[in-house]
Design a binder for this molecule. Sequence first.
Ligand code: ATP
Length: 192
Amino acid sequence: MYLKGLELQGFKSFPDRIKLDFNKGITAVVGPNGSGKSNISDAVRWVLGEKSAKSLRGSKMEDIIFSGTADRKPMGFAEVSLIMDNSDRMLNIDFSEVSVTRKVYRSGESEYLINGKACRQKDILELFMDTGVGKEGYSIIGQGRIDEILSSKSEDRRTLFEEAAGIVKYKTRCNETRNNLEHVQADLVRVK
Ligand code: ATP
């Protein structure tokens, strides 16, 4: 799958709207320590549904919103859009280019969009399931993650293989259905 670009505004060290175009081939982000390189991969994981502030190197979700500098006011929201090429229809949506957007306000309110249309976070998670791109996918290997993959619990390693085998979507639906059946069972017991 070809990652075409990333647009950021108000995300961590990027107050102004910027668009990064990833041309075909290898793209490397180079810069001195603390210049914001890892913030770019944090933005990718965030738009793909990352819920843990800690894994985005903050203590609360609000920490991802530009917090201001000596001569610049903080921002009230952060917005990230990821643009992917979908001419091979790898993503199950009938567009040859797909953009997913996540926006969060300081109030905690958030918005998700697929190709500019409001959607639920669940829709974005489902779109990327079994493609290896999701936040749990293996396409983003962060600092220290190799160690984790090699040495973590067997269940964690299994998740990685399941994503590669393309069965996560079915497992998730199976678990949802099982939960629904349990609720219905509980309702039946109450009715009896
Ligand atoms: P290293 O090479 O040391 O890993 P890096 O280039 O990957 O560094 P990052 O860790 O991505 O850099 O960026 C850190 C910078 O982002 C710091 O200067 C920090 O002040 C800034 N930063 C992080 N969150 C925010 C925020 N909410 N508002 C403003 N700046 C932020």
